[in-house]
Every structure is written in C-alpha cells, then in structure tokens.
Design a protein around this ligand. Structure first.
Ligand code: ADP
Ligand code: ADP
Ligand code: MG
Length: 642
C-alpha cells in the first residue's frame, strides 16, 4: 500500500477519498485553487498545495501543476476523483513519465472508451449489445440523415466526445434532423472541441441502468447494477441499487456483458458500463444496450458500496498498488437497497439555475452524507454546485426510500437556494414509489414536482417566525384590551404572500394566510397548528424565513420600512420585529410630515428607521430610547390633523 497519495480533485469526492486513506493509514496531499484555500478537503488533508487561480483550466485541469505538486510532496500515486482530469489519458501518461502511479485504468483503456463511437465499435466486437445506430467516421450531413432514416425515428444525435448530457439531441421527425444536427455540433465543438456525432436509435420508455465493474488488469468482477433513470436533461438526480424490477436472469446478462466490456480492454480499477434499457414491459435479457463506459469512480458509487459493503476507494488503492482483486464474483452479494439524492445549490423555479452563496445553515439528517462543504462555507460560481450526496440504506426499496425521505426532510440548508424541496417531491412521486422509473419521469411531471407549496400550515409557521413569535412575543399582556393583530408579508421571489396574525392571549395566535384561518399555540416541541404538532419548523436565518421539513421553503421579508408603513394604516407605528429602540426623534404633540424620521430600532444586527407614513401629530409616544420591544409593539401613533 502507498504511504502518501495526492488527490487531484476538490469537493465531496476529495473528502470521500481522504476518509478511506485515513482509515488505511495513507497520508494525503490535497491540491487547491486560490478560491478553495479554506475548503473542507484542504482542512482534512495532511498537506496541501495551491496550484493556481480559481479557474479550473489554470488549476485543477493543469496537468503540469498537478504533477509538479505530486513530485514536490513525494506522493507515490494520484487519485483523480471524477470530472477534471479523471478521464484524461495525457494526464495518466504525464504521471507515468514522472514515475507516479495513476489510481485508475491505463491511458490505453481510457482512450479506448473516451470517444463513444470507437467505444461502441470495440464493444460490438467483444459481443456486448450496443444501441442500434450509426457510429461511422463519415460526418457528411446527408449521410448522417440517411442513416437516421435507416435507423428509424425517433433518433438521438450524440457528440462522440460527449459527457454530462451535452451535445445530445433527440430528433422525432426527419424534418427536424438538419437543425438538430447543427445545434448538437455547435454545442459539442464548444464543450469538447470535437464536433463529430453518432446517431442512435432512441429507445422509448428508456431506463438508465449501469453496472459497476472492477478489474485488476487480469480479472474483472461486477458489483451489480445501479438504476439512474431519474434524470433531468440527461443528468442524474436520484440513483439507487439494485434496479427496481431486476431479475437474476437479467442481472446475470447485464453483469456478464459489463465484465466482458471491462476484460476486452484489460481494465484496471473502478469503472461503470452504462446501458440504456427498454423499460416498456419488464426487464429482459435482450432488452439492454451499451451506451458508454466511464473509466473512473462515478458520482453515485455510494449506493453500490452501501449494498455490497465494499469500499470502492479502498479497492482502487489496493489494485493501483499492485494487489490483486480483493475478491471473486461469487464472494459478492447484495444486501438490501440503497438510494442516493444529489443535493445541489440550484434555483429550481428559475429553471434549475446554479446558485451561489454562503451556507448560513448546513445540517443533515440521518444517513450517509458525502459532502465537501461545512456550515459557513461558500458555494462559489467557479465549480460544480453540488452541496452533498445523501445516501440511505434499508432492508427493502420501500425502507430505503422512506429513510431517504426522512433524511431529506431533516436536512437544513439556509443562505443558498437548493433543490432540496424538488428532491423531496421526487422521492414522494407515486410512480417512483412504485418503482415505475423512466428517464422521462421528471420532464413529464415537472410542473407538479416544482410547483410552489401552498400548504397553509407551513405558511403559518413561516409567518409566525417572520414576526419573531418563535421566541415568544407580544400578545399575552395586550390581549386584555382587544386582540392585537399584525399584517405579515412573506416574499416568495417577488410574489407576496399576505397574512395576518392576531394575539389571542395565553401564547395562542390566530393566523390567516394562504386562504385559511388557523389557531397556533406554542408548545415545548414547537408550534401546534389547530391542535396538530407539525414536523416542519421555521426560522429566520440571515434575514430570510426558512421553513425546514418535507417541503422546505424560503421567503424573503419585505423591507421593514414598508411593514412599518403598512402597519401604520391606522396611524400606529409598530415594531416590525423584536429589537431595541436606539433613538427617538419626535416628542408627543409634535407635528410631523410624511417621511419624517420618528425612531430608529436595531433588530437582527441592523438599524431600521421608522418614518411617518403621513402628515399629522404625534398623538402617542409609547416607548423610550433603550427599550427592548417585541415584534408588533406600538412605538408611536400619528394622528392626521383635522
Ligand atoms: P456521472 O454519471 O458520474 O454523473 P457525469 O459524466 O455526469 O458522470 O459527470 C460526473 C461529474 O464530473 C459531474 O459532477 C460533472 O460536473 C463532472 N464533469 C463532467 N464532465 C466534466 C468536464 N468536462 N470537466 C469538468 N468536470 C466534468
Ligand atoms: P453522457 O456521456 O452525456 O453521460 P450518455 O450516452 O451516457 O451520455 O447518455 C446520457 C443519457 O441520455 C442516458 O443516461 C439516457 O438517459 C439518455 N440516452 C442516451 N442514449 C439513449 C438512447 N439511445 N435512447 C434513449 N435515451 C438515451
Ligand atoms: Mg453517461
């Protein structure tokens, strides 16, 4: 085994590799860009080398700098993680030239699988079923269109150098072929510097089922399949193992084909053979076709680890260090079921746009968490916006699913928008629950999966938190006269959700919001709404109202000045939130004009200036400088002059 290795990656995968190294007593060198100086993977490593500025091309993708860092620190081997240089044969060759071991397959195996067309030809020769189609060298648009007609529509145009779903176009009819080809080419050229494409039969009701393989150069085994059919725009969202509906017969056929694929290229290390599967009807031994092989550890490898008990990174290190495969095919068995969800910083309503920001809150529920960030860290625009992978195991698929649903509901992220709510809906989708998975599921039900939550109870929790009532508030004392009530506005994006809360005394409140009227009572375990305890909880974090639970939501609060102005409709200026009166700028009886400064409050570490909503006279001054106020407390009342 190695004494010291370098990890040529960042984020969760770098941290995950470090975990195994720690356990095996292997020292770790991290590399990092200037943007990552304080990153979790750097803090976890034994040594760290800065390899350049934030842009990956000048740091994580710079072969010369990574090799130099390995030489300078005396690392014997380099783990590439996934992405970045993990499938770059030139990187492998450069390391070999420097006498450093690449933890992964040889440059030849990577080259053999690097381009989809060459890989398909090779697999066909090895007796692996490939998707029917054209993967020849001729790239003339006329020829490609003729091939598409022969294959029969719908067809898929794929960039031969593609990855991450880019350079791919579904073409339903011959008339649309030319334009689709042009746009696939342009995208592929931009992303991969190679505009060549292949044409494939589009498999209808497609399922993505891939097989984890492992080789030592001589022998190869498979660690069963993963179902990655839940995809958005050809990108995986939720993965699981084993595949729903898998039979022993089909598993043997797919596993066998995957092992043949690995052996055909003398594969060494961890790899994944991806198949497209005809999901209409049950799985069949003749209903799957090779799509591509990823010659690296895959993002979703944890689900395979969870069902086999194998640490794939340990195997990678052992095999790279010259040890034989740790076990034979017969020694591998499946235990239970595992499911993984990819938590991303992304704005789902805005069309899944990558998001950035500081993680003001980051807490996870039970289950396996693979993450490269900690609370307080920043999701920067420079890299993949993945926050974490949550993986849960159960004796059955239903148990794994329930565990993941619970894990997601217990996860709290604030400061950065995420796809957490979308993941929760997906996990709860009736078709998914039934194991009725297909790559088109998300697109088909996108609206329901992304519609804003309108459950009044959850809006009530948010409104109570927004008024600072979680920590106790006004009400009890005031209730003697009349129910005090406060308007509350929650902003979902720019969309206001209006409500009103009234103190009923005795720690109870009436809440009107989302078209419902509810009674809220604060108990030791949180709010009870209409007598029911909710699992969800709401908090104000960094000036935003966060609702955590199965339907996580975030609301901005309108400018407190506006809240004050609205509350002052009857002439009363109320404290928009709990805080201290910093200064008073008027006296009782004084005449004021609209916009005059009346008082300054400090709340949530910010100063809020209360201004006169209209011309008038100060009829009542209810506070003194230095007073601690509760949300909704009266500060001053302005009476319009007769
Ligand atoms: P997987 O099946 O493991 O998701 P992908 O091909 O989608 O495989 O990509 C795996 C990871 O590698 C993703 O996180 C993606 O962001 C990253 N990645 C893919 N292609 C590139 C690339 N060209 N440069 C940098 N990172 C990449
Ligand atoms: P990438 O290198 O971008 O990962 P893949 O060839 O692995 O490209 O395809 C990505 C996804 O596109 C698959 O997971 C699947 O959902 C879909 N796909 C690919 N080929 C086909 C096909 N022939 N028929 C239907 N869907 C396909
Ligand atoms: Mg793929």
């Amino acid at each position: 085994m190695f004494d010291k290795i370098l990890i040529a990656n960042r984020g969760e995968i770098a941290c995950r590799v470090i975990d195994t190294c720690r356990r095996l007593g292997v020292k770790v060198v991290a590399v990092y860009s200037e943007a990552d100086a304080d990153a979790r993977h750097v803090a976890m490593a034994d040594e760290a080398v800065c390899i350049g500025p934030a842009a990956s091309g000048l740091s994580y993708l710079d072969i010369g700098k990574v090799v130099a860092a390995a030489q300078q620190t005396g690392a014997q081997a380099v783990h590439p993680g996934y992405g970045f240089l993990s499938e770059n044969p030139d990187f492998v060759a450069a390391l070999e030239g420097a006498g450093i071991t690449f933890i992964g397959p040889g440059a030849e195996a990577i080259r053999a699988m690097g381009l989809k067309d060459a890989a398909k030809a090779r697999m066909e020769a090895a007796g692996v079923p490939v998707v029917p189609g054209y993967h020849g060298a001729e790239q003339d648009p006329g020829r490609l269109e003729a091939e598409a007609a022969l294959i029969g529509y719908p067809v898929l145009i794929k960039a031969v150098a593609g990855g991450g779903g880019r350079g791919m176009r579904l073409v339903e009819r011959a008339e649309a072929f030319e334009d689709a080809l042009e746009s696939a080419r342009v995208e592929a050229l931009g992303a991969f510097g190679n505009g060549d494409v292949l044409i494939e039969k589009f498999i209808e009701h497609p399922r993505h089922i891939e097989v984890q393989v492992f080789g030592d150069g001589q022998r190869a085994v498979h660690l069963f399949e993963r179902d990655c059919s839940l995809q958005r725009r050809h990108q995986k969202v939720i993965e699981e193992a084993p595949a729903p509906g898998m039979t022993q017969e089909v598993r043997a056929a797919m596993g066998g084909a995957a092992v043949r694929a690995a052996k055909a290229i003398g594969y060494k290390g961890a790899g994944t053979v991806e198949f497209i599967v005809d999901g209409s009807g049950g799985l069949r031994p003749d209903g799957f076709w090779f799509m591509e092989m990823n010659t690296r550890l895959q993002v979703e490898h944890p689900v395979s680890e969870e069902i086999t008990g194998v640490d794939l990174v340990e195997w990678q290190l052992r095999v790279a260090a010259g040890e034989p495969l740790p076990c034979a095919q017969e020694d591998l068995t499946i235990r239970g079921h595992a499911m993984e969800a990819r938590l991303y910083a992304e704005d789902v309503p805005a069309g899944f746009l990558p998001a950035t920001g500081r993680l003001e809150r980051l807490r996870f529920g039970p289950g396996r968490v693979d993450t490269g960030v900690r609370e307080g860290d920043v999701i920067s625009p420079h890299y993949d916006p993945m926050i974490a992978k949550l993986t849960c195991h159960g004796a059955t698929r239903a148990e794994a699913r329930a565990a993941l649903a619970e894990g997601l509901a217990a996860t709290e992220v604030a400061g950065v928008v995420t796809n957490l709510g979308f993941l929760g809906r997906l996990i709860d989708h009736a078709g998914f629950r039934a194991g009725d998975v297909e790559t088109g599921l998300i697109a088909r039900d996108l609206e329901a999966l992304t519609a804003p939550c309108t459950e009044p109870e959850l809006l009530a929790l948010a409104a109570l938190a927004a008024l600072g009532l979680n920590e106790g508030g006004p009400g009890e004392g005031f209730a003697l006269w009349a129910p005090l009530s406060w308007p509350v506005t929650l902003l979902r994006g720019a969309e206001p959700v209006e409500g009103r809360i009234s103190a009923l005394g005795g720690g109870a409140y009436g809440v009107e919001i989302g078209g419902a009227e509810m009674r809220a009572e604060r108990g030791p375990e949180g709010w009870r709404i209409d007598g029911r305890s909710l699992k969800a909880r709401a908090e104000v974090i960094g000036g935003e109202v966060q609702v955590f639970g199965a339907e996580p939501m975030v609301f901005a609060l309108p400018d407190p000045l506006e809240v004050g102005a609205e509350a002052a409709g009857e002439g009363a200026i109320l404290a928009p939130m709990p805080g201290v009166v910093r200064s008073l700028h008027v006296r009782a009886g004084e005449t004021v004009q609209a916009g005059d400064r009346l008082a300054v409050m400090e709340a949530m570490k910010m100063e809020h200036v209360m201004r006169a909503p209209h011309d008038g006279v100060v009829a009542e001054l209810a506070v003194a400088a230095g007073d601690q106020l509760e949300a909704g407390a009266l500060i001053v009342r302005i009476e319009a002059e007769a």
